[in-house]
Design a protein around this ligand. Structure first.
Ligand SMILES: Nc1ncnc2c1ncn2[C@@H]1O[C@H](COP(=O)(O)OP(=O)(O)O)[C@@H](O)[C@H]1O
Ligand SMILES: N[C@@H](CCOP(=O)(O)O)C(=O)O
Length: 321
């Protein structure tokens, strides 16, 4: 359960009194997620999600995330909407953390996506990229290649306790990617964490996207590479090319990848695998005392990285030329 910051019933009721959403009837910490503290809040006015922003979310970035969710919804994308307080603002403070209430999105996330889910997701990702085109705010990707070495510095000493030789493997991969990271690719708003737990489905159709707190301005194809990592591998670590083809072809039907994006895809996929290997490793080695959280397995991403290292070209991901 990701609850890093405890909130008492009295604090919660007090916080809710600043909104025009009725009075508190119940709330509980949400069992999923690893980044922020999330609470399902029920009031006489409805159901809401309250997020307390934790370690990786910079306070100064919150207007970007809030503005982006409002922008995407105005373009027809189904995503949570920040709820205004009586004074017209959307950001508050609770338990010493910045906090915001968003609307509850119906739908369920899938644990084992099928090729059909991957196709739905590919189209949804393309719609997100297109809908973000006229969003005027920008946010650099703090977890792109320049952000990986600082993560490695934090995790290096403990890495071999997780898997023998892991520190060396990461050091080599990091050096290789730092030396040759794709530049100048078509860029715009990307989600940057569109994992199966952040996509909701109703009747097998993608019904909504949540968790925009890694969203940033970066290469669209990097977002595609993140999704290939998150959606198209099996539990045993093997890549499912049918799922990859489904995701890539439905994405490409709405936003065709250019030749430079196609050429960059294997390297972007390696980078995406390293990014999640590193953040998971840091989290695995540093679970805060008293936090209710189940850290995610870093070695899942080591297996994925090994797959990408031997890929010859984008066709290995299922891209049809
Ligand atoms: N707007 C929402 N509507 C419905 N459920 C939500 C919403 N936001 C979050 N959740 C639930 O809370 C969980 C954790 O949220 P998430 O944003 O992924 O956390 P984190 O910020 O830790 O990554 C999600 O998996 C989902 O079950
Ligand atoms: N998707 C990341 C973890 C952060 O996302 P969350 O939505 O699960 O909190 C990963 O799998 O490493």
């Amino acid at each position: 359960m990701a609850v890093y910051t405890d909130v008492s019933a009295a604090e919660m009721a007090d916080f809710i009194a600043r909104y025009d959403i009725g009075t508190l009837t119940s709330f509980h910490g949400i069992a999923e997620g690893v980044e922020n503290s999330n609470f399902l809040v029920q009031t006489t006015g409805g159901t809401f999600i309250l997020t307390l922003y934790e370690k990786r979310v910079a306070r100064g970035d919150l207007p970007f995330f809030i503005g982006l969710m409002q922008h995407l919804a105005a373009r027809g994308l189904s995503c949570p909407q920040p709820v205004e307080r009586r004074d017209g603002t959307v950001l508050g403070e609770l338990g010493g953390r910045p906090a915001a209430m968003v609307t509850f999105l119906p739908g369920v996330s899938v644990r084992r996506p099928t090729a059909h889910h991957c196709a739905e997701l590919g189209a949804g990702l393309a719609r997100l990229h297109l809908a973000g085109a006229d969003f005027t705010m920008e946010r650099a990707n703090t977890l792109s290649v320049a952000g990986w070495r600082p993560l490695f510095d934090v995790a290096r000493d403990g890495a071999d306790t997780v898997a023998p030789g892991l520190a060396d493997t990461i050091a080599q991969e990091l050096a290789a990617l730092e030396g040759d990271w794709p530049k100048g690719l078509p860029s715009g708003i990307i989600h940057a964490d569109l994992f199966p737990d952040n996509a909701f489905f109703l009747d097998e159709a993608l019904s909504g996207i949540i968790d925009f707190y890694f969203a940033c301005t970066d290469a669209f194809a990097y977002d595609v590479a993140i999704c290939l990592n998150a959606w198209c591998f099996e539990a045993d670590g093997s890549y499912n090319v049918t799922k990859g083809r489904a995701l890539l072809s439905s994405y490409g039907a709405l936003r065709p990848l250019s030749a430079v994006e196609v050429a960059a895809l294997p390297r972007l996929a390696r980078g995406a695998a390293l990014r999640f290997l590193l953040t998971r490793l840091v989290d695995w080695l540093n679970v805060p005392a008293g936090a209710l959280v189940k850290p995610k397995d870093p070695l899942e991403y080591l297996k994925k990285l090994r797959f990408h290292q031997q890929v010859a070209g984008a066709e290995d991901y299922g891209l049809i030329p």
